[in-house]
Design a protein around this ligand. Structure first.
Ligand code: DSN
Length: 430
């Protein structure tokens, strides 16, 4: 990771345990657990597509005294005194966010992706309105209308899947559902879809019935910021995102929208669904946006994609089926049926050797969501560690051997040692 003045300031503190100690945590119970978790992250290969390793600068901003400040409201219009300084922080975060995504308006207060989506819906919908979203099992998100989520109970939900053969977005189906149900809002964007999302096509369909278009870009935000995936703007009316996935910032979220929806979105965040914003996290978001505006971020995102493609192709060579035939982004789903192993069993086998991933449904999965027939792999974290194509081939080999020898304790112990050795060559916090 590029050294900035800020990281140089703290460069004396290099190991995870030193970082924890320099936080002056006197509570040894929690300090020990933070140290343990830091060490776990350093000594395992993280293939969880939604996770990443943010910079020390981002962590420092997040751990700053800004956490103490109540600031309900927006810059210049707060319900508390003493907001002069944090007003500047939030204004900088907003400007950087708008610049990064070419957005007309940005709200940097949402605490998390689900809260961002909830506020966006509350801004433009009434209970009972019809929404069209991608089903969770085929790659969407809980907040895109799943029955156990608020989105599935507050709204009348229609869901699209993917094409049963190609596993690509099926715009014929999306258009037919739109014409038949006339949703007020169409939601595009996914948590488990490895191909490029055609926002323009979605917007053309939405226009046919006067629907608004919301793009949930949580997973691909970093690629969009780097110009390596088409932007949702000017096609979408609203775009929501988390800030901690490919974007590599602190845990949190943002909402961007067209100017005419700005007031509605801001009101739906505060007072609609949230109280005091986490000003420390907003400062950390500003730091992350600054990092993402640096040319080195584009190089990082290019490597994320090349790494995902190399890992997917290496697994294909070993006989694994990849949903939708491969990937254009940072992630892909492995269909494990040909290997006669469930997603859950593979996730456990991999965890046993120090490779973390998340099990995943494959499109039209017949296995239960707790079991699944697939795993989702992503490369944001390994790419941040500096791994490249050669390491991806090695990771594919480790993954294959751990799955194939999952009942063989001796083989797993050997693979674990190889995982640790590879991690040592690529420390997260040098
Ligand atoms: N839970 C996130 C993911 O893993 O994709 C989405 O919110």
């Amino acid at each position: 990771m590029k050294q900035t003045a800020f990281s140089k300031l703290f460069s004396a503190f290099t190991s995870p345990s030193q970082i924890a100690r320099t936080s002056m945590i006197q509570d040894t119970t929690i300090l020990d657990l933070i140290t343990k978790e830091s060490n776990r992250q350093e000594t395992t290969l993280n293939l969880i597509a939604s996770e990443n390793n943010c910079s020390i600068e981002v962590m420092r901003a997040s751990a700053s005294p800004l956490t103490n400040k109540y600031a309900e409201g927006y810059p210049g219009k707060r319900y508390y005194a003493g907001c002069e300084v944090i007003d500047e922080v939030e204004k900088i975060a907003i400007e950087r966010c708008k610049k990064l995504f070419n957005a007309e308006h940005a709200n940097v207060q949402p605490h998390a992706g689900s809260q961002a989506n909830m506020a966006a819906y509350f801004a433009v919908l009434k209970p009972g309105d019809t929404i069209l979203g991608m089903s969770l099992a085929e790659g969407g998100h809980l907040t895109h209308g799943h029955p156990v989520n608020f989105s599935g109970t507050v709204y009348n939900v229609v869901q699209y899947k993917v094409h049963p053969e190609t596993h690509l977005l099926d715009f014929d189906e999306i258009e037919a559902l739109t014409l038949a149900h006339k949703p007020k809002l169409i939601i595009c964007g996914a948590s488990a879809y490895s191909r490029t999302i055609d926002f323009e096509r979605f917007a053309q369909i939405a226009k046919k019935v006067g629907a608004l278009l919301m793009a949930d870009i949580a997973h691909i935000a970093g690629l969009i910021a780097a110009g390596l995936h088409p932007s949702p703007f000017p096609h979408a009316d609203i775009a929501t995102s988390t800030t901690h996935k490919t974007l590599r910032g602190p845990r949190g979220a943002i909402i961007m929208c067209k100017k005419e929806l700005a007031e509605k979105i801001d009101k739906a965040v505060m007072p609609g669904t949230q109280g005091g914003p986490f000003m420390n996290v907003i400062a950390a978001k500003a730091v992350a946006f600054h990092e993402a505006l640096d040319p080195s971020f584009k190089e990082y995102q290019k490597q994320v994609i090349v790494n995902a493609q190399t890992l997917a192709q290496s697994l294909q060579k070993k006989g694994y089926d990849i949903v939708a035939g491969g990937t254009d982004n940072h992630l892909f789903i492995v269909d494990l049926r040909s290997k006669n192993v469930s997603g859950r069993a593979a996730e456990i086998a991999l965890a046993n050797v120090g490779i973390t991933c998340s099990r995943s449904c494959i499109p039209f999965d017949t296995a239960k969501p707790w079991i699944t027939s697939g795993v989702r792999f992503g490369t944001p974290s390994l790419s941040t560690r500096g791994m490249k194509e050669a390491e991806m081939k090695q990771v594919a080999d480790l993954v294959d051997r751990a799955i194939m020898h999952r009942e063989d304790a001796d083989a797993l112990a050997g693979i674990s040692q190889e995982v640790k050795a590879l991690c040592e060559l690529f420390p997260i916090y040098k």
